[in-house]
Design a binder for this molecule. Structure first.
Ligand SMILES: O=C(O)c1cc(=O)[nH]c(=O)n1[C@@H]1O[C@H](COP(=O)(O)O)[C@@H](O)[C@H]1O
Length: 234
């Protein structure tokens, strides 16, 4: 039986200034959201920034999308687990052996192991971009194909767009977590995201976690925007 998690919003902290990020974070409550640290902030501010967020009581999704040989990725997710993060991700296209080794590396952490999630097809990509890469499938077909490999490899779920959520839940089961960026409240700017959906529709279609960045962080009132999104999910 899957237990539904009421804290669905993962805020993407994509700032180039640590103080601005921390001032924003200190207005938030760990009861109403989780935080995502990605390549920009991790490259600027490193593990000490992640630890500071954890010390403030937040669950942190370390979004570094590891994509390397199995041994290197296994060691990298081990380092993430030692940092105390709640979720970490790898690229599914790194392969079954890489994903399997990464999952095995986390076994030593028992119940404290972070959730291990595989990125399928980036939400900034559409059918034309996949074709340019030589992939002869629609985004939905490719997401489902990679998600099945991730499940076979023992991972806890995938990053996908909410547009694929309904089909993935039906094919892979309720317990396989769906983490969906490309979330855009009605009327907000899509930016570089191509496969987008509103927060409410995403959850209705089966998203377990919504990654939301600019619609919150660049809002005139980020805390109010987060509240609006959370209220829309009740
Ligand atoms: O793994 C991710 O979080 C991710 C995967 C993906 O397919 N698309 C995607 O946008 N992301 C991340 O989700 C966040 C989305 O931010 P916004 O577009 O500002 O809401 C960014 O930090 C991206 O790095």
């Amino acid at each position: 039986m899957s237990v539904e998690d009421s804290k669905k919003v993962l805020i993407a902290l994509d700032y180039d200034d640590q103080q601005t990020a921390l001032t924003f974070v200190k207005q938030l409550s760990p009861e109403t959201c989780r935080l995502k640290v990605g390549k920009e902030m991790f490259t600027y501010f490193g593990p000490s920034f992640v630890k500071e967020l954890i010390d403030l009581g937040f669950d942190v999704f370390l979004d570094l999308k590891f994509h390397d040989i199995p041994n290197t990725v296994a060691k990298a997710v081990t380092a993430a687990a030692k940092m105390g993060v709640w979720m970490v991700n790898v690229h599914a296209s790194g392969g079954v052996e890489m994903m399997t080794k990464a999952k095995q590396a986390l076994e030593q952490f028992g119940d404290d192991a972070p959730l291990l999630i595989a990125v399928t097809v980036l939400t900034s990509m559409d059918a034309a971009e996949l074709t340019r890469l030589g992939v002869d499938k629609t985004p939905e077909e490719q997401v489902i194909y990679l998600a099945k490999l991730a499940k076979e490899s023992g991972l806890d779920g995938v990053v996908c767009s909410a547009q694929e959520a309904k089909k993935l839940k039906a094919e892979l089961g309720a317990d396989f977590k769906l983490v969906t960026p490309g979330i855009r409240p009605a009327g907000s700017d899509a930016g570089d995201q191509k496969r987008i959906m509103t927060p409410k529709q995403a959850v209705e279609d089966g998203s377990d976690y919504l990654v939301v960045g600019r619609p919150i962080t660049q809002s005139a009132d980020p805390v109010a925007t987060l509240k609006e999104i959370n209220d829309s999910l009740k």
